[in-house]
Design a protein. Structure first.
Length: 313
């Protein structure tokens, strides 16, 4: 287990309901069908956009996200993309549904199905991890091949610059053991990540919900791509690995990963390590004070995991 001081579930600094412009609040209340009487900000994640569970006067609850096109352009664009992707997801995907969207008046807003659920516990618990892995298998089954209308770049195309991050490592950590072997592995990622499945690419505890029945839902469909069905499972296991779970046993047992060659897993871990080396060194954004700490912790996990698998340590 790799210790961390990251305040899981409290990492985001978000816009609050009272700070939204009056015209947007009125529009949201109109879409919800009743005046808002309570707004509970959802403070997991690392983005500053508005994301709140709204309770209305009629007792209904709604999950709404919003971002300013002027002040938060990148996040507004992200929400715009998310609306497009959510609208294209078929019924078999374990994810909250898009109910409405607004893209005008310098704001992008999304009304997403409210689900009575909570985030997974941290440190990860095995039963909640199994539920999340089950959800990823359901996603792979429902989204292989992708549904009509869901136009996606490939995993290799979207992450084409990531192998170059190892050049940053060469410049900042020239004496890092096994640097060149890791860089050579990362350079091969295009050979092993191709496929016809929709890959979420951002599967972490803050993008998952656990229902009272114990099943898992996958949220925040901002960055899906087309690639190998096992990739999301590997990405998800970074957090549990750092929390001390036996992820090698899980890789060997789960349907999406048990037949994946070990070298393919190592290649993607090396790709991720290069990204975390680079991003962990970037300046801390004022809108997300815990982002770099989270990335450096994931680097520690991925680098240790890769080293154990390769017999480096």
């Amino acid at each position: 287990m790799i210790p961390t001081t990251i305040p899981h579930g409290r990492t985001a600094q978000r816009l609050e309901w009272r700070f939204l412009p009056p015209h947007l609040r009125s529009l949201i209340e109109e879409r919800c069908g009743s005046p808002v009487v309570e707004a509970e900000s959802q403070d997991a994640g690392f983005t500053p956009g508005f994301a709140s569970v709204l309770t209305c006067a009629d007792g209904t609850r709604h999950f709404v996200k919003a971002a300013s096109v002027i002040a938060q352009r990148a996040f507004a664009n992200s929400y715009r993309v998310e609306a497009q992707k959510l609208a294209a997801l078929p019924a078999g995907v374990p994810a909250p549904r898009l109910l409405w969207s607004h893209d005008a008046d310098d704001w992008v807003a999304l009304g997403i199905e409210y689900v009575e659920a909570r985030r997974p516990h941290r440190p990860w618990r095995r039963d909640e991890l199994e539920a999340a892995l089950d959800a990823l298998e359901a996603v792979a089954e429902a989204l292989t091949p992708p549904p009509t209308g869901l136009e996606l770049d490939t995993f290799a195309g979207e992450l084409a610059t990531w192998p170059s991050y190892w050049q940053h490592v060469r410049q900042t950590r020239p004496h890092l053991p096994h640097l060149e072997e890791a860089a050579a592995l990362a350079a091969r990622f295009g050979e092993v990540t191709g496929g016809t499945s929709v890959v979420h690419t951002d599967v972490r505890d803050d993008n998952l919900l656990i229902t009272p029945a114990g099943s898992a839902l996958l949220c925040d469909w901002n960055w899906p791509v087309l690639g190998a069905a096992w990739l999301d499972t590997l990405v998800l296991l970074v957090g549990p690995c750092g929390d001390g779970l036996d992820v090698e046993k899980i890789l060997a047992e789960r349907r999406l990963t048990r037949d994946v060659p070990a070298e393919h897993i190592d290649i993607v871990l090396a790709l991720m390590a290069g990204y975390f080396f680079k991003s962990g060194d970037d300046p801390v954004p004022t809108t997300s004070p815990h982002l770099r700490e989270a990335q450096r912790w994931q680097l520690d996990v991925v680098w240790a995991w890769l080293g154990e698998r390769r017999g480096w340590w």
